[in-house]
Design a protein around this ligand. Structure first.
Ligand code: NA7
Length: 536
């Protein structure tokens, strides 16, 4: 009953983003018959969909690309320390060409359902076009920020101008020249969009619900000489990413905030504020994300910077977060973001003071005014982490729905397997190590590849996490989250999305331990012959 030759494929991968692409490459090399189904018309996932103006890396380009292929490293040049989306998408297309990935990827193929069939020990997936495909294993490579959400505002569809969600940006360029533009949302995406649109828009209005603590990106071009130098340093760059807490080039300073003098503290904050990238968030004093007083110190420092950079002090106060501390949500990195608010053609609307009542054919109606626009940009984020799973009718053994299994929050084994969902492995699923995502992807993919090699070599047709394994990993992840200030805050990282039914209760959605500890645990499971799993 379990004959592989009856199946269409050995493995089906959902998604051709950075994880699906690499997983395809690795599994094909095992001699497995692999098929990728991708909703978009091209590869790249996040970098395919998020074409909004200003979209770019916040991690250093050379720490973000794939590290598994020396050839790729040798032949690809990054043009900026934090490259923009078009370059990243070109890079991923280059990878797809080079590894000849497209012959096993079916584009324009959104997976709407995936059901495990107990008798045949396989997964059957259903595409939007009604076609069905069966494979022994299912790999979800569906991304953690891939299900965009529109705000629940009345009459969104009545607007007569152009409107876009940032993650569904058109492939053709959009001109803002002389246009009246609105941006709703001030997360990492909104901040990147706003600073870019402000360069050309006739008039720009930002609708802000919650300000975020932003810090300077300090991007710069990379010339040929510097690229040559980076190339010689790739081994140490990736080695560093292996050793740091979250796979970034930055890692917490071993000192506590109050173990130094006030002068040293100020000087350290100043240094971090002047340095490239996530250092001020990921490379700060070790206690800023757990100790309230330490967090207040860095928050106060960044608040002073905002007051210095924004001329109108009433506007500056609106841009300073009051209900959460620095770094407890994703820190948007910016280039002259705060200076945008000094432009005469830019207006900040705090929708706590004057709520949006509805969208109108002409624009946006707030409690106190009618604002007319040519373009409305929704930078309103995603149904994160579990949202991409919720969109698929995913059922495991006995027809059990994943949504039901995760009603009280995700429950996984190592963030990769789920009890009751045999032969399904998740890449960048809930409760896995995230951080600098491609580094985590490469580890996750390699681990799954080893598991599939083990299955192939031992003729296994059923792999499942145990209840005990899932309970212990879920408890472990929850205990790691204790004491983190970020878990007391509403954000996509705590599973909150005001625009999605049933996502109003905070959950522990992420693994928050160190990446090296995560890898050590997963390596041990593999070294032990996967005895913690149910194998048949
Ligand atoms: P985020 O970080 O979830 O930001 C979404 C923004 O949109 C945020 O400012 C929200 O305000 C705002 N929002 C959402 N719904 C509404 C409604 N209904 N009305 C007004 N404002 C709203 O998503 P991003 O795309 O910026 O970033 C996601 C991640 O992608 C980012 O962290 C990076 O890792 C890459 P709120 O804060 O909820 O009050």
């Amino acid at each position: 009953a379990h004959h592989s030759q009856d199946l269409d494929h050995d493995v089906i991968i959902i998604g051709a983003g950075m994880s699906g692409m690499y997983q395809l490459h690795r599994l094909r090399a095992l001699g497995l018959r692999v098929r990728v189904f991708e909703a978009g018309t091209g590869v790249g996932g996040t970098w395919y969909w998020n074409r909004y103006p200003g979209a770019r890396f916040d991690s250093e380009s050379y720490s973000y690309g794939y590290s598994f292929s020396q050839e790729l490293l040798d032949e690809w040049d990054w043009s900026e320390h934090f490259s923009a989306q078009p370059e990243t998408l070109r890079y991923l297309n280059h990878v797809a060409d080079k590894l000849d990935l497209r012959r096993d990827i079916q584009f324009r193929s959104r997976v709407t359902a995936a059901h495990y069939q107990d008798d045949a020990r396989c997964w059957q997936i259903l595409l939007e076009d009604g076609s069905r495909h069966r494979a022994r294993f299912l790999v979800t490579a569906i991304g953690l920020l891939s299900a965009p959400t529109m705000p629940r505002i009345a009459d969104v569809e009545t607007f007569k101008g152009q409107s876009f969600h940032t993650a569904r940006w058109p492939h053709e360029p959009v001109s803002f020249e002389g246009k009246r533009v609105a941006v709703i949302g001030t997360g990492a995406t909104g901040v990147q969009t706003i600073q870019e649109v402000a360069k050309t828009a006739g008039h720009l209005t930002i609708f802000q619900r919650t300000p975020n603590w932003c810090a300077p990106l300090h991007n710069a071009k990379i010339d040929a000489r510097e690229m040559a130098d980076i190339r010689t340093r790739y081994p140490e760059i990736f080695q560093r990413c292996q050793e740091t807490f979250a796979c970034f080039l930055h890692t917490p300073d071993p000192r506590g905030t109050f173990e130094v003098t006030p002068e040293e503290r100020e000087a350290f904050f100043e240094k971090l504020y002047g340095e490239r990238g996530f250092g001020i968030w990921q490379g700060n004093f070790r206690d800023i994300l757990v100790d309230r007083a330490a967090n207040a110190a860095i928050s106060d420092f960044v608040a002073r910077k905002i007051r210095q950079r924004v001329k109108d002090q009433a506007v500056a106060e609106k841009l300073i977060p009051k209900n959460h501390g620095f770094g407890t949500r994703r820190v948007p990195l910016e280039t002259r973001y705060y200076e945008v608010y000094n432009q005469p053609n830019v207006k900040l609307v705090d929708i706590n003071e004057t709520p949006i009542e509805r969208i109108t054919p002409e624009g946006i109606k707030t409690s106190d005014a009618e604002h007319a626009f040519d373009i409305i940009i929704y930078a309103t984020g995603f149904d994160a982490i579990t949202g991409a799973f919720d969109r698929i009718d995913l059922r495991g053994a006995g027809g059990r729905r994943l949504k039901d299994a995760w009603k009280e929050g995700p429950q996984t084994y190592l963030g990769v397997l789920v009890e009751g969902f045999p032969n399904m492995t998740m890449l960048m699923g809930p409760h896995t190590a995230l951080g600098n995502i491609p580094r985590s992807i490469e580890y996750n993919v390699d681990w799954v590849t080893d598991l599939m090699r083990h299955a192939r070599d031992h003729g296994l047709t059923r792999i499942e996490a145990t209840r005990a394994g899932v309970d212990s990993w879920t408890d472990h992840v929850k205990s790691l989250g204790m004491g983190l200030l970020s878990n007391e805050i509403n954000s996509w990282m705590t599973g909150i999305n005001s625009n999605v039914e049933g996502k109003q209760t905070r959950i522990i959605a992420r693994y928050s331990g160190s990446a090296p500890a995560y890898r050590e645990r997963c390596d041990a499971v593999a070294a032990d012959g996967y005895r913690e799993l149910n194998l048949a």
